[in-house]
Design a protein around this ligand. Structure first.
Ligand code: SAM
Length: 280
């Protein structure tokens, strides 16, 4: 394959199943002058499998300036560079932003070679609305910061997609249950494209129990998707939410009633609270 010269190719690689490698990705990696990789040892396995012998060099976004400069120098010399990450699409919760930005600023052509991406695969098979969504990547690992980040998403009406480490997934689902309410639908998408692929949709409260009861669900690579909050349509509520709110408001202050009703109905807390104000 004849590649254009002085081009930076951004090449997606499999997220587990090597059969998902696209032919164009193999051709570009075989023909490039140099491949910049997140972890050269990890990528060596991919290279052996596809008989790719192109030299590899390590690249992280926190790589020293010298590393970025060297790659840019190679582009200036007319060489063709490919960027890969350990798995999936570079720059999606992976390094590459700095290099792409600088390459473009210096006028080099940057060409994507699309392919696997865990969140796209998860969203395509989850059964949650996919017409509008927000990719949130990894939440902060500390519980307080994570809760804050989730609270900021309290009113988000689009499907939310997260990446999570296996040892944190249960804590994260519990925190989501707390913030979004146990009735909100969510999906755990685990080990996609691999032998133990699991895609499971349940209301958050049930999903927490399901994951807690089976430690296998806390292993491997995991994406979590959460349905967005119900759209705020003026201050109107569905009949069931109105009934629950009316009962609770007879006993509780509006804020507490809205929080409890959100748990029961899965409807956004703010929407319930606003409705209570409109009833005064
Ligand atoms: N660049 C990758 C992409 O395109 O999806 C993501 C890299 S990020 C460092 C790794 C995270 O992606 C994992 O912790 C997990 O949350 C998610 N992930 C990667 N492969 C996955 C898979 N096979 N199944 C489910 N989630 C996966």
């Amino acid at each position: 394959m004849g590649l254009d010269t002085a081009v930076l190719y951004i090449v997606a690689t499999p997220i587990g199943n090597l059969a998902d490698m696209v032919p164009r990705a193999i051709e570009v990696l075989q023909s490039a002058d140099l491949v910049a990789a997140e972890d050269t040892r990890h990528s060596q396995r991919l290279f052996s499998h596809f008989s790719i012998e192109t030299p590899l060099v390590a690249y992280h976004d926190h790589s020293d300036d010298q590393r970025t400069t060297k790659i840019l120098q190679r582009l200036e010399e007319g060489q063709t560079i490919a960027l890969i990450s350990d798995a999936g699409t570079p720059l999606i919760s992976d390094p590459g932003y700095r290099l792409v930005r600088e390459a473009r600023e210096r006028g080099f052509k940057v060409v994507p070679i699309p392919g696997p991406c865990a969140f796209v695969a998860a969203l395509s098979a989850a059964g949650l609305p996919s017409d509008r969504f927000t990719f949130e990547g990894f939440l902060p690992s500390k519980s307080l910061a994570r809760e804050k980040a989730l609270q900021a998403l309290g009113g988000e009406t689009r499907t939310m997609v997260f990446y999570e480490a296996p040892h944190r997934v249960l804590d994260t689902l519990e925190a989501m249950c707390e913030v979004f309410g146990g009735a909100r639908e969510a999906v755990i998408a685990r080990e996609l494209t691999k032998a133990f692929e699991t895609i499971h949709l349940l209301p958050l409260a049930e999903l927490v129990e399901w994951v807690r009861a089976d430690s296998n669900q806390q292993r491997g690579e995991i994406a979590v998707l959460v349905r967005g909050a119900a759209e705020e349509k003026s201050s109107a509520l569905d009949a069931e939410s109105e009934r629950v709110m009316t009962l609770l408001l007879a006993e509780l202050p509006p804020k507490r009633a809205a929080a409890l009703a959100a748990e029961i109905t899965g409807v956004n807390k703010k929407l319930l609270y606003n409705w209570s104000l409109s009833q005064k």
